[in-house]
Design a protein around this ligand. Structure first.
Ligand code: TYD
Length: 197
């Protein structure tokens, strides 16, 4: 089973990924994008540095390169041995951030992602929804996307909502307001229902 978590910066995904993996137990791998392999971690530090100027297409290709390496070297082997993979961000992040908020276009971003993923789709995507303004206040890393400001995060949030409307069978919206434990309980209800099917 391949589960991804998505949401605007500061939505609490990372805490929720931790709680989910702890609840699912031993046979579960926790990953975050970009990252998870030596090459992808190097790409992550390049992408995170707001001082390194990057052409938007180069930025898109770097996210996809990190993703291809993570899929080939970690995600596929884990799924093949029956492990559950929980990944903090995946293709939907690239659609929302690069495709919509950066304006590169959903069709182009999807095509390039298909090349990177070989068509691998999550079984379940948990979209943690919070007010983007609140998220931006909460996010403290000040990376190149947080530095883009509120309007950018609002475009990301709208793009996520579109994805959830278009793919309701895969994407479940989780209310991200409340304590981490409250949000975790909402997530567990959805994951347990999916596992029981
Ligand atoms: P990170 O520190 O992991 O942020 P968060 O904890 O909010 O996930 O940084 C990842 C940043 O990269 C985040 O701002 C979203 C952005 N991003 C993209 O723009 N495109 C992508 O494909 C991915 C995976 C992340």
């Amino acid at each position: 089973m391949f589960i991804t978590l998505e949401g605007v910066d500061g939505s609490g995904k990372t805490t929720q990924a931790e709680l989910l993996v702890a609840a699912l137990g031993r046979n579960t791998v926790r990953l975050r994008e970009p990252g998870g392999t030596p090459a992808a971690e190097e790409i992550r530090s390049l992408l995170a540095d707001p001082e390194t100027p990057l052409d938007p297409i180069a930025e898109l290709l770097l996210f996809c390169a990190a993703r291809a390496d993570l899929i080939g070297r970690v995600i596929k082997p884990a799924l093949e041995t029956g492990q559950t993979v929980v990944c903090d961000r995946f293709v939907d992040s690239t659609i929302a951030y690069q495709g919509v908020a950066r304006g590169l276009g959903i069709v182009r971003v999807r095509e390039i992602n298909d090349a990177a993923t070989g068509g691998l789709d999550p079984d379940l995507t948990l979209l943690i929804r919070i007010d983007p303004a609140k998220g931006l206040r909460r996010a403290q890393s000040d990376d190149r996307f947080e530095a883009e400001g509120l309007r950018f995060q609002e475009r990301v949030a709208e793009a996520y909502d579109d994805i959830s409307r278009r793919e309701p069978h895969r994407v479940t919206v989780i209310d991200g307001e409340g304590t981490p434990e409250e949000v975790h309980a909402r997530i567990m209800a959805v994951v347990e229902a999916k596992l029981a099917r």
